[in-house]
Design a protein around this ligand. Structure first.
Ligand SMILES: Nc1ncnc2c1ncn2[C@@H]1O[C@H](COP(=O)(O)OP(=O)(O)O)[C@@H](O)[C@H]1O
Ligand SMILES: [Mg+2]
Length: 352
């Protein structure tokens, strides 16, 4: 989707991936190699104007290697801050952005201490490489500690206070090379089994306070990191008060609906930002809902029979829990958007 946005601007793309069989292969040259192959990374970077990433677990060492030849945007320090949940929590705390209480856990004894400080319920998370709710264990009582430790212990961890949120939001901001910043209105996200299932934008019932708090949170992070590109911040809405959950230094799944639901998509704005071009309007067009296609492919003709449904398939083979594509529906009213969304969900079925 990034490459599709780039192509509209006559910008050619080259991709680095662990295999040549990736969606990007239809959009440009793929250089395949591992992220610790310095020679291959150098071949990839040779002659490029700028390198960006759409996966936050790119090792910092790989990004630094590429930086020897070509500017990397968003800046590598953003990768560093987002790759480790503890660094990320401390980063937001330093910005004065409210978040759930947390404590580092590096041993079974430290887990007891952290539980004593934070209480139940809480969630134990791996500091690195977690996604789609993987690498997490919920603790409700003392008896859960051993099982949680068996499940995720062994790598550096973080214990976090459980937040009884009313809903989850994300806010997507973009910062240009000249420091200009623009933010999309907050998006409401519903997860199923730890995987994003449905996003709605703008989030229903937004107040001026929520809009301002979300914009403040992402703006502070963008500025502090001297960031260039799209940054997404996940938030918990607790009775109108926002707590930061995590950030993603890349285009975000919840922002896929900006392709049809905003004046300028997150993908185009990311490309504009990293190339030093003027940012586009992040305003919305009516209401948009996005439903992820997870695990199984729905019948294409049934999806396309829904008025205004925009189907995006990624060319990936079905596998339980894998995001294979998404459908976005747009409408003038929230009620209409939800009605269309219901029709998409009925076809896309429950996630595998
Ligand atoms: N402290 C928490 N309180 C309540 N729910 C949480 C908490 N942390 C995570 N979750 C739930 O688990 C989901 C995944 O956690 P997250 O920290 O975003 O990890 P990732 O998206 O990297 O897997 C969140 O979207 C949220 O639904
Ligand atoms: Mg998350």
């Amino acid at each position: 989707m990034l490459a599709q946005a780039a192509r509209n601007l006559d910008v050619a793309c080259r991709f680095y991936a662990d295999s040549s069989d990736v969606p990007g292969a239809t959009m440009g040259t793929v250089i395949s190699g591992s992220l610790d192959d310095d020679a291959q990374l150098a071949r990839f970077a040779d002659g490029l104007d700028v390198v960006t990433y759409e996966w936050e677990n790119v090792p910092v060492s790989a990004a630094r290697r590429i930086e020897e030849f070509t500017p990397v945007l968003p800046p590598v320090r953003a990768l560093e801050a987002a790759a480790d949940r503890l660094a990320e929590k401390r980063f937001f705390a330093g910005l004065g952005v409210p978040a759930a209480r947390f404590a580092p856990v590096d041993s079974r004894e430290a887990l007891d201490d952290a539980v004593a400080a934070i209480g139940f319920p809480a969630v134990l998370k791996t500091r690195r490489l977690g996604y789609d709710g993987k690498g997490q264990a919920v603790l409700r009582q003392q008896a859960d500690l051993d099982a949680a430790w068996d499940a995720v212990g062994g790598s550096p961890l973080l214990l976090e206070e459980w937040v009884s949120f009313d809903r989850e939001l994300s806010v997507i901001g973009v910062r240009g090379r000249d420091g200009s910043i623009t933010c999309y209105p907050p998006i409401e996200n519903q997860h199923h089994a730890g995987i994003l299932r449905v996003s709605t934008a703008p989030a229903p019932g937004l107040t001026a306070e929520i809009m301002a708090a979300a914009a403040r949170c992402v703006t502070r992070a963008l500025t502090a990191l001297d960031y260039v590109g799209v940054l997404a911040v996940e938030l918990f809405d607790v009775g109108g008060r926002l707590l930061v959950n995590e950030m993603a230094p890349r285009v975000h799944n919840s922002g896929h609906l900006t392709i049809e639901g905003a004046v300028t998509s997150q993908f185009e704005n990311h490309v504009r930002a990293i190339l030093g071009l003027p940012l586009g309007d992040a305003g919305v067009r009516g209401f948009a809902c996005m439903v992820n296609i997870i695990g199984d492919l729905p019948p294409v003709s049934e999806v396309l029979a829904i008025p205004g449904a925009h189907l995006h398939l990624y060319g990936k083979s079905p596998r339980p829990g894998r995001k294979l594509g998404h459908v976005t529906v747009c409408a003038d009213t929230l009620a209409q958007a939800h009605q269309l969304r219901g029709r998409v969900e009925a076809i896309a079925g429950e996630p595998a």
